[in-house]
Design a binder for this molecule. Structure first.
Ligand SMILES: NC(=O)c1ccc[n+]([C@@H]2O[C@H](COP(=O)([O-])OP(=O)(O)OC[C@H]3O[C@@H](n4cnc5c(N)ncnc54)[C@H](OP(=O)(O)O)[C@@H]3O)[C@@H](O)[C@H]2O)c1
Length: 340
């Protein structure tokens, strides 16, 4: 058995880590921390998690008894905590944006704050692309929720140099904003509505660009929309085919995806004409990818669905934990989504 601890366990991704780790056959949760709820049983906040015996403690990061620590904390907070944990010899999976950037100057530009831990570098925790780096890492930077769905649904296109321009349009559920209520997440502002936000400047665009721009000549744009669902991210990517690839067929594109992802347990490619749905992945670590259609103008449409709290956060964090511990990558994560 491996010991694991969660910092920020009172939040949404912390609660989701608890839900899945309590059913994981190879780990024991030794510590869950919260500054606000010191001494409070876990189920008082996460009412679905009963009888775990776990109690929030306001423990210092350096005092945790764990082989792996999840930092389910906001950006800016993680970089203050992670160095102290690494000094204890524990490995870290960080769920914030703090360690996702190869160049901290890009982080500082998009997050508008100084990066105070330039020494520790994280492996980018998208296992389907970076499994070998993650295996060797002491620190894994779990990707953002939007970038997970967006990168996975476009990666084979840029890797094979098929497209010059990708315009990504995502719809997200409200749990993406975390546990603290705000005017943005207030029910009358959300319900029966669609709210585009940060339409040309969302910080996740820079993370998607980092991963997809690495392939020369591809420009990526991104616009998110808040929709009245609790969980899930539906992404539609509009890609403009290169002139030299304008005659490629949907079937040829599908074959590239099958080659790239055929062995990936958590990526499911939809059949021809089948549309991915949020309700099929809700609560699960699966990514459903579909689309594969090209219109008369040479626009290729790809679609993906994930659960922002699972493959977009805590499930992927457990997948990364499994990889760094050298155990089966799918342990604790094989459950299907909650349909309908
Ligand atoms: N929600 C999503 O769908 C999602 C998806 C991907 C990534 N993420 C990322 O995952 C991280 C956690 O997100 P979340 O949605 O779980 O947020 P959340 O619901 O707001 O929870 C974050 C928790 O972190 C703790 N915290 C806040 N500031 C802290 C500090 N300075 N030091 C220690 N603990 C602190 C708080 O607990 P106490 O006040 O009780 O200590 C809080 O409950 C964020 O970086 C977020 O961007 C979230």
């Amino acid at each position: 058995m491996f010991n694991v601890a969660i910092i920020g366990a009172s939040g949404y991704t912390g609660g989701e880590l608890l839900r899945m780790l309590l059913n994981h056959p190879e780990v024991e949760i030794t510590d869950i921390t919260s500054r606000q709820y010191d001494g409070t049983p876990a189920h008082k906040l996460h009412s679905h998690i009963r009888d775990s015996g776990l109690v929030f403690k306001n423990k210092s990061p350096g005092d945790l008894d764990a082989d792996v620590v999840f930092t389910a904390t906001p950006h800016g907070a993680s970089m203050k905590i992670v160095p102290e944990i690494l000094e204890t010899g524990a490995k870290v999976v960080d769920l914030s944006g703090d360690y996702r950037y190869r160049d901290t100057a890009v982080y500082e530009k998009w997050y508008g704050m100084e990066h105070t831990d330039k020494e520790n570098k994280g492996a980018f925790g998208l296992p389907e692309l970076y499994r070998d780096e993650i295996k060797k890492a002491d620190l894994v930077a779990n990707p953002g929720c939007f970038p997970t769905g967006a990168i996975l649904s476009s990666y084979p296109l840029v890797k094979n140099n098929l497209v010059s321009r990708i315009i990504i349009d995502s719809k997200t559920g409200v749990s993406g904003a975390g546990i603290n209520p705000s005017a943005t997440t207030h029910y009358p502002n959300i319900a029966d509505n669609v709210n585009p936000y940060k339409i040309s400047s969302h910080r996740h665009m820079s993370e998607i660009q980092q991963e997809l721009h690495g392939f020369e000549g591809v420009k990526v744009s991104f616009t998110p929309h808040l929709v009245p669902v609790i969980r899930g991210i539906q992404t539609t990517s509009h890609s403009l085919l290169n002139d030299e690839n304008i005659d490629i067929t949907p079937d040829e594109i599908r074959k590239l995806y099958e080659k790239e992802y055929g062995d990936e347990y958590f990526i499911k490619l939809m059949d021809e004409g089948e549309i991915p749905h949020l309700s099929s992945v809700r609560g699960s670590n699966f990514v459903h990818i579909g689309g594969f259609e090209i219109d008369e103008t040479g626009r290729l449409v790809m679609l993906s669905c994930i659960d922002n709290l699972v493959k977009g956060a805590s499930g992927q964090a457990i997948q990364n934990m499994n990889i760094i511990l050298g155990i089966d990558e799918t342990l604790g994560l094989t459950h299907f989504g909650l349909h309908p």
